[in-house]
Design a protein around this ligand. Structure first.
Ligand SMILES: [Zn+2]
Length: 163
């Protein structure tokens, strides 16, 4: 007996099969790691910081990383760096938000501005920007300094941010 499947349903089943098999993905990801290249799932006002426990509510400073099969979220770029150091600098893909557009951007190539006048949630005073020009402008406006991800991880003062 022939089973007639509506065209739309058939296509949906085919797409689901591709996703399950992983064959349609551009990245050679293992099962369960198919989203490792994407920013963390973040629901503002619901998820809490994996370092300090505060609710993540200011998108400009929200950060996070993905590793194989796991993800972490932070309310402050400084919280992410503190956690990253404490975790022994695991192999992760870290993300931050562009201070101007509020879009997720990869942390490694981003430009950072550190200033005591940048009011980040846990007072680390770090903002990330997508371009060095935008970072220079914010540094001038905030009286801050411009740096990159690697030197920031090395030099950012550890905050006494608990409690
Ligand atoms: Zn935090």
């Amino acid at each position: 007996m022939a089973i007639r499947i509506p065209r739309r349903t058939a296509l949906g089943l085919a797409a689901a099969a591709v996703v399950v098999a992983g064959t349609g993905l551009a990245l050679k990801a293992l099962p369960g790691e198919s989203s490792a290249a994407d920013p963390p799932d973040l629901r503002l006002g619901q998820h809490t910081c994996d370092q300090c426990g505060m609710v993540i509510s200011d998108e400009r400073f929200a950060a996070g990383w993905r590793a194989s099969g796991s993800q972490q979220r932070f309310d402050d770029i400084g919280c992410m760096i503190t956690n990253y150091r404490n975790a022994g600098r695991p192999n992760v893909k870290a993300w931050v938000h562009d201070y101007d557009s509020h879009s997720w951007i990869p942390a490694a190539p981003a430009t950072f501005v550190v200033s005591s006048t940048i009011n980040s949630p846990m007072a680390y005073g770090v903002a990330a920007l997508n371009t060095s020009e935008a970072a220079a402008a914010l540094a001038t406006a905030s009286g801050g300094s411009v740096t990159g991800w690697d030197p920031l991880v090395e030099t950012l003062p550890a905050g006494a941010q608990h409690g």
